[in-house]
Design a protein around this ligand. Structure first.
Ligand code: ATP
Ligand code: MG
Length: 361
């Protein structure tokens, strides 16, 4: 897959700008705070319908403007596809090939991208939220079924949580079993997808990590939740767990068990990466996860996603930069950095310099 064109209108610090990307490596340079990450973010938003930097879509709108509009044209193995998003103060509109779509599942996955930025360290060092978000985003991009199951699970979970805050205990106990049954259906589907995804991701991430560390470190990933193999059995188990945690949940006012609480255990050389890894190890592990994610996209959809490497070079030593570039040379890559450094010498690429939200001619 290749993104050929990206148009930004009142998006972040861009008023009106159009980027033309080449097939392989695209390098966006510019000083701090000029719009490099913003451009990368727009690509990611069109791929996933979300951004990792925002709490609310309205942050994407250029300050003082009524709405933001972003559009991209990509060449995929199914032909050309155009994606557009209009973001307003309190709503957004999404279009695929000019047709309005109302469900996120119809939008997500038309273009795929993998985003790596220094903030991805959180994936290794922070709590389970970050890792679940990673799983949810990457699986959603390749599976509509997962995307839909996740949305339904979240909706039922919200309803169950609202019910748990009711004062009338008998009403709660009467209604909960109905929610629990439904919640378990989608929960089991989510667990099945996550497990399959992780069993693919794990060896690929291990291989990438060994590559980046020259075999010095071994990375391993495992699902934290314990579930039976069969989806029906997972469902039964979850129904029992939801029932068993009812009283505690009523006390807490939220649902304390289920896949929304699961985690991935990441270890380096057998030690839990979260509590023990160094900055450099965590950075490399996060990068390995992303490179593995890129491979999975390639396997599942038959073509590589766009790899966005935001500000990653400044954190790697020269041999690793070279290795990374070598590894990604056959896919479209959008790389941002403050200046095109030595590591680029001799590497063919499309360069673009950005200043104050504009491409420098
Ligand atoms: N909604 C918005 N409206 C207007 N400007 C915005 C908006 N959101 C962010 N900006 C501005 O966009 C500018 C560029 O941000 P961006 O993150 O793209 O910088 P960058 O080029 O990646 O810089 P760095 O090298 O520091 O990472 C920042 O100065 C920021 O304040
Ligand atoms: Mg930046």
């Amino acid at each position: 897959m290749v993104i050929e064109k990206l148009t930004l209108h009142n998006f972040r610090n861009y008023e009106d700008e159009t980027f033309t990307f080449g097939e392989g490596l695209n390098v966006l340079t510019g000083r701090n705070a000029q719009g490099k990450t913003n451009c990368a973010e727009a690509v990611f938003y069109l791929c996933t319908g979300t951004s990792l930097r925002i709490r609310h879509d309205r942050q994407l709108i250029r300050l003082g403007a009524p709405c933001a509009h972003i559009a991209a044209r990509a060449r995929t193995r199914f032909g050309s596809v155009t994606l557009e998003a209009s973001v307003f103060e309190n709503k957004r509109e999404l279009f695929v090939n000019g047709n309005k779509v109302t469900r996120a599942a119809d939008f997500v996955g038309n273009m795929n991208s993998v985003f790596f930025s220094p903030g991805e360290l959180r994936l290794i060092q922070d709590g389970p939220d970050e890792r679940r978000r990673f799983l949810n985003l990457s699986i959603s991009q390749t599976s509509r079924e997962y995307c839909t199951a996740l949305a339904r699970y979240q909706r039922i979970l919200d309803q169950r949580n609202n019910l748990l805050k009711e004062r009338d205990a008998s009403l709660i106990l009467e209604t909960l079993p109905v929610w629990d049954e439904q919640l378990a259906v989608y929960a089991a589907r989510i667990v099945r997808h996550r497990r399959r995804y992780l069993s693919r991701l794990s060896p690929l991430a291990q291989e990438a990590h060994a590559f980046l560390t020259d075999g010095a470190e071994q990375l391993s990933l495992a699902m934290d939740g314990k579930y039976p193999d069969d989806e029906e059995e997972i469902m039964d188990k979850l129904v029992r767990e939801f029932a068993a945690s009812r009283e505690r949940d009523m006390r807490l006012g939220f649902t304390s068990v289920g896949p929304h609480r699961d985690d991935i255990r990441i270890s380096i050389n057998g030690t839990d990466a979260r509590g023990y890894s160094s900055q450099g190890q965590a950075r490399t592990a996060a990068l390995s996860l992303k490179l593995a994610e890129t491979e999975i996209f390639r396997e599942l959809s038959g073509e590589a996603p766009v790899l966005i490497l935001d500000d990653v070079m400044s954190e790697l030593d020269l041999p690793r930069r070279k290795k990374l570039l070598d590894r990604v040379k056959d896919i479209q890559c959008i790389l941002t950095c403050t200046h095109a450094e030595r590591f680029l010498s001799g590497t063919p690429c499309t360069k673009c310099r950005i200043r104050e939200g504009k491409i420098v001619p």
